[in-house]
Design a binder for this molecule. Structure first.
Ligand SMILES: [Zn+2]
Ligand SMILES: [Zn+2]
Length: 128
């Protein structure tokens, strides 16, 4: 497969226990469809509490490295400043350099916020 960003040849690598395809030129990363979920599960497993994955979908300028159709760009879980791309045919996700780290950071933040919320609710219940 070739990088949708710079057309370099993707190489298989292991990242957080997942087999991913990495571009050696631009350091972007291709995840097969279930692998984004596996990546998030490194930090936070409760899928039902993560919120909606795809916000504000729009046509991307990138082509899917598997089927070469235009991908869809979207805001990752309503974080307007993290734009990822996915193939509408269900082939997978494209993450530019460093975006995989932001996904993990945001999962960590979500987990923390939920813990804080649960603690506050427990305190409130105790108060009543
Ligand atoms: Zn590249
Ligand atoms: Zn595709």
């Amino acid at each position: 497969m070739n990088c949708p960003r710079c057309k370099g040849e993707l190489t298989i690598e292991r990242y957080k226990g997942i087999e991913i395809d990495r571009c050696p030129n631009c350091q972007g990363m291709w995840l097969d469809y279930p692998e984004l979920d596996q990546l998030e599960d490194n930090i936070f497993e409760a899928d039902e509490l993560k919120g909606t994955l795809v916000y504000s979908p729009r046509t991307s300028e990138l082509l899917c490295p598997r089927c070469h159709r235009p991908m869809t760009a979207f805001d990752y879980r309503a974080y307007y400043d993290l734009e990822l791309d996915f193939c509408p045919e269900g082939h997978g996700f494209w993450l530019d350099a460093g975006e995989e780290k932001r996904v993990l950071e945001l999962m960590q933040q979500t987990r923390k916020d939920l813990k804080r919320k649960a603690a506050a609710e427990a305190e409130w219940a105790g108060f009543l």
